[in-house]
Design a protein around this ligand. Sequence first.
Ligand SMILES: [Ca+2]
Length: 355
Amino acid sequence: MYHFVSIETDSAERQGGQPIIIDTDLFSDVDDVGALTIANVFHNCGLADLRGIVINSPSQYGALAASALCTYFGNDVPISAFRPITNDTFFDSYFYLYGEYASKLAHNWPRKIETAASTPTPVELYRTILSSADDKSIHIISLGFLTNLADLLRSKSDHISHLSGSQLISAKVSELIVMGGQYPSGWEYNFGGGDPESTAYVIHHWPKSVNITYSGYELGVDILSGQTLVQRCPPDSPVLSAYQWYVGRGSTIRSSWDPITTLYGILGLEWFSKIGIRPMLAYSNEFGYNNITATNGSNAWVNDTGVSNQHWLRLAEGFTNYSMAGMLDEYFTHDPSLQSCFRYEVLSANHNGAF
Ligand SMILES: [Ca+2]
């Protein structure tokens, strides 16, 4: 019923791609679909090894929609549903603008996972993937609330591993990449909108030997990707449909918080050797750490030259929101028959020497 056996098979067979686990609230914003698209495309190019997807929002449709997306890209990825599981469908009671897509993906595209209840719990899936991973190999990419990561950190030795959650993270994870917060300080929804106590617990108790990189609200909000989906995606693409249903009113353009976070989570800053262009992201700081207020999830950077494992991202010199959005669209609309994610020539042509 669980997919634990295939995890080991995949790890053994796939060499070279950055192993990643994605923790997503796929449900109430479509940029999580963009992020899972990036992850699947890079997985298929051999640059990422998508070991698992952990859902951090309660609806059954998060896990089922994630399964539909991965199945569309030809990948049987272990997925975990958040507990307790609900039958909720998204309703935009904040802007009264955005539409529901997760149940539609779940019901209208083939998927490997039949029910959310048949999936392992988030802590079981995390512990299983981490316990079978190489030392210091995994990147965890957090694209929503940090509840599952807090539960993992607090987890004890069990039948999966004799290590505690904190020990497993120290041993197996090389970096936590988090879409959350504002930098150098502010309030953002992933940190403060659902479970601020878990945000504070994770950020303040994360093992100091493991890097954390933050992608803030201010970085992704004005990178407007998805513009070319109608022209360039096949008509049966669930990515195209999800963006159409969510954004609506004839548009597929959306902010890019989660896709750029995932892109960094896969490539780090080593873009030139991996995809042929210089990195479009850079670190804003050399030292310091993020401090979280547990009552509301607001964050503030503390300048401390004694701490060097935490960074927040910005666009690298010479790149614009527009050029980053174009880059994301290249991967959102990537031709699955192309086994390469190398982009130098395509981007040079499209952006007329901007690179
Ligand atoms: Ca998200």
